[in-house]
Write a protein that binds this ligand. Structure first.
Ligand code: MET
Ligand SMILES: [Zn+2]
Length: 776
């Protein structure tokens, strides 16, 4: 019999219940007992859903109050002393590591201010995990009442024998880092960590677990030899425990593992391996060929990263291929990864058009799909005929729908010519013309686009949505906001203004709502980090721009501003990456469609008198394929081309800016340079200015504004501090190419600190302007 398996289920609950509970707990509104009870309720609920769908292998320990890697940090006693010294309750210590610990000074005790552990993106997803942060001389110790055991027993009591999920020892260390000032190489701690796994696995076995899922997703990376060589001994050690521990399935996802297959095979002691064949179907043959004679293959065939209904016909063909080679008892059909990255259920979507709705499948629906596929390959297609027919019909409807196919868009794409990717003249000609038009001083100052999104702005937007005010009234309100920020920028004496983006709910959604080809949900939230969720729009069809999207606001702003006004757009790659993309055409094609729509917008902005235009691409980097090599080169090539296509329709005298919120561009500097943007603004305030050396080494000729202060915190940087920062930058960048700006947009800040910080920033710029004016 072919079994079905889920690798992990979203934790938030149908109405973001977990978010509400954790935030209420942090705000002191519910007790610890209430919070724990809500966690338990959600776990039970999610097990029940999977059981009712007919899933054979249901995960436990996939639940977390914040992040599953953080759970393991606590589980293994890898809690840095700066948190453990407060001897908090386990759950509070856990949140302290995730969110930082702040307590005001009291008569008895000094103030406490410990920042959170570092959090970074989980592979190429928009989920963030907490990085294990390790010390020289790090020891590990299994927590009392280990969470995986507690939750396994909890499910068992409810009548469900689950498969506990653990982050594997190699990935746990490989995804970690040495704490600041420490020199430990995380993977060298493996021999200390393994005994804790042994102890934990033995406890799970004792509790009744037959199998465990050990996630080793780092196998999809190009691994340094030390990490690569760590697998065999680690898993052979575990296997040597024989029946003292549960059977082990090693799970990988988001990539292929062919290049690392020798880490796991031949290793007959390993019960099974899970691979992601949604992302990399071509690895199936090779992995099957390398399995030992008894080993089980878990075929990840239902997409854990996207919201599309599974194509049953294709999925079944793939599974049948595996069965032919391995036999039914050695094949499991599974979600490609944890379903954490998909929204809870389609049931909540009451406003979706029924045609489109029929194409989607969220977590709950995906569990049903898995059960159907397993049944089809076990009992034969006749046993699920109705479901298969309905699925085929849905696939057909999507493939032929007018919503997905727009011949006009296709025709336009077929007519793209090489010259459309290039500005008319090279940078030196352009910048001379721009200078003539814009008359900017040395060290020009600007901001990244958004100004504080005040409560008043949100109130008015809500009123518009509810129909409590008219479009006209809302427009007038937005104009008033724009007048306000123009006035503030006058006072601050900034050099290039922005309109402040008050009309935008979200930098991707705003554009999606104005483009054809996009759909929006009301409840399709997915966890981004901690209690934070995002609700990405969905690209369902060919994209085009029926009308200008930002021209009205930017034109108005430019008309009342005495200095250059910068138009503000979200770039094609960011629009694509922060949406659920289509899976029926290549992402390159979708990016190109977005680029054409944006190109029209850029040209219209120019025609409306906006001569500085910024196209933000903060998501460019996270789209990088996980491995070096051809795939990465391909991605960068089409990503860069889509950006260039979007901005190259303008005159030489129009200045194109782009913005990135990360500083680690060293490994793909060439791509950043190839964007050919006149001005780059990049997040840099928290990084070492040394990172800028690459601009010197590569003789980068164009303008750059590395952020001079961190906008993520309300802290106001002093003028001195900013001056020092600029001084550092001047070691690497020439005074003629340096712009002065903050790290990113200011929408999450309050006006008070925003103004204070910008006053200091402008003064620092003026200081250098004078200094260099004298010396030249
Ligand atoms: C995440 S990048 C944000 C850029 C955008 N223009 C803003 O200022 O908010
Ligand atoms: Zn940014």
């Amino acid at each position: 019999m072919v079994q079905s398996a889920v690798l992990g289920f979203p934790r938030m609950g149908v109405n973001r219940d977990l978010k509400k509970a954790t935030e209420a707990y942090w705000g002191g509104k519910i007790s610890q007992k209430d919070l724990l009870a809500e966690g338990k309720r959600l776990r039970q609920e999610h097990w029940k859903i999977q059981k009712q769908s007919g899933i054979d292998i249901i995960p436990s320990n996939d639940f977390s109050f914040y992040d599953q890697v953080l759970d393991h940090i606590q589980l293994f006693g890898a809690i840095p002393e700066k948190y453990s010294k407060y001897k908090l309750d386990p759950i509070d210590e856990f949140f302290a590591m995730g969110r930082g610990l702040q307590k005001p000074q009291t008569p008895e005790a000094a103030a406490v201010d410990v920042p959170a552990l570092e959090m970074v993106k989980w592979f190429d997803s928009n989920y963030h995990y907490v990085k294990p942060t390790l010390q020289d001389g790090q020891e590990f110790k299994l927590a009392a009442n280990p969470k995986p055991v507690v939750e396994f027993l909890e499910a068992k009591e409810a009548g469900i024998i689950t498969r506990p999920v653990l982050v594997g020892p190699v990935s746990f260390l490989a995804l970690g880092k040495a704490d600041r000032g420490q020199n430990v190489v995380p993977i060298s701690l493996l021999h200390k960590l393994l005994p804790v796994y042994e102890e934990l696995l033995a406890k799970l076995k004792e509790a009744g677990a037959e199998t465990v899922q050990i996630d080793e997703p780092c196998l999809v990376f190009d691994l340094p030899p030390k990490v690569k060589n760590a697998f065999k001994p680690a898993y052979e050690k575990l296997a040597s425990l024989g029946s003292k521990i549960p059977q082990v399935v090693v799970a990988t996802y988001f990539g292929d593992i062919v290049h690392n297959l020798d880490c796991l095979t031949p290793m007959s002691s390993l019960y099974g391996i899970h691979i992601d064949v949604v992302r990399h179907p071509e690895q199936l043959e090779t992995v099957m060929g390398a399995l030992g004679p008894q080993q089980v293959l878990s075929v990840g065939i239902v997409d854990g990263r996207n919201i599309w209904k599974t194509n049953f016909k294709r999925a079944i063909e793939t599974v049948v291929k595996a069965i032919q080679k391995l036999g039914r008892d050695r094949v499991i059909v599974a979600s490609s990864s944890s379903l954490l990255h998909t929204p809870h259920t389609l049931e909540s979507e009451k406003k979706l058009d029924s045609e489109v709705r029929d194409w989607f499948s969220f977590a709950v629906e995906k569990t049903k799909e898995l059960a159907i596929i397993a049944k089809a390959v076990t009992q034969g297609p006749a046993s699920v005929r109705e479901e298969l027919d309905a699925n085929a019909k849905s696939m057909e409807s999507r493939a032929t729908s007018k919503r997905t196919n727009d011949p006009k868009v296709k025709e336009r794409q077929s007519k793209i010519t090489e010259d459309m990717f290039n500005r008319r003249s090279p940078f030196p000609t352009r910048i001379a013309q721009q200078q003539e038009l814009l008359h900017l001083p040395m060290f020009p100052t600007t901001t990244i686009g958004s100004f504080p999104q005040t409560k008043e702005i949100r109130v008015q937007r809500n009123k518009l949505t509810k129909g409590e005010i008219t479009e006209k009234e809302y427009e007038q309100f937005i104009e008033k906001e724009i007048q306000e920020v123009v006035k503030i920028q006058d006072e601050l004496e900034l050099d290039v203004y922005v309109h402040g983006e008050p009309e935008r709910n979200d930098m991707v959604q705003y554009f999606g709502e104005r483009l054809t080809g996009y759909e929006f949900t009301t409840h399709a939230w997915v966890q981004s980090y901690g209690s934070r969720c995002v609700r990405p729009p969905i690209i369902v069809g060919d994209i085009s721009r029926p009308a200008p999207m930002t021209v009205k606001e930017s034109k108005y702003a430019a008309s009342i501003s005495k200095k250059p006004m910068k138009g503000m757009l979200t770039g094609p790659i960011t629009c694509l990456r922060w949406s659920y993309p289509r899976d029926d055409i290549h992402q390159e094609v979708q990016a190109q469609q977005l680029a054409l729509a944006l190109r029209d917008e850029v040209v219209d902005l120019e025609a409306a008198g906006v001569y500085v235009i910024q196209v933000d691409e903060p998501a460019l980097r996270e789209g990088l394929p996980l491995r070096q090599g051809l795939e990465r080169e391909n991605y960068l090539s089409w990503a860069v081309k889509s950006f260039r296509l979007s901005v190259s329709g303008v005159k030489d005298s129009t200045q194109i800016h782009s913005h990135f919120c990360y500083s680690e561009f060293q490994d793909f500097f060439q791509a950043i340079a190839a964007l050919d943007a006149d001005v780059l603004s990049i997040e840099n305030s928290k990084s070492d200015a040394k990172l800028l050396k690459v601009f010197v080494d590569e003789a980068y000729p164009r303008h750059i504004g590395p952020g001079v202060y961190d906008i993520h915190s309300p802290r106001i940087p002093s003028e001195e501090e900013i001056k020092d920062r600029i001084q550092e930058m001047l070691q690497y960048l020439s005074p003629d190419q340096l712009w002065i700006d903050p790290d990113c947009g200011l929408k999450t800040r309050q006006w008070k600190e925003t103004k204070a910080a910008l006053i200091n920033m402008v003064n620092a710029a003026k200081f250098y302007r004078q200094k260099y004016a004298k010396s030249s």
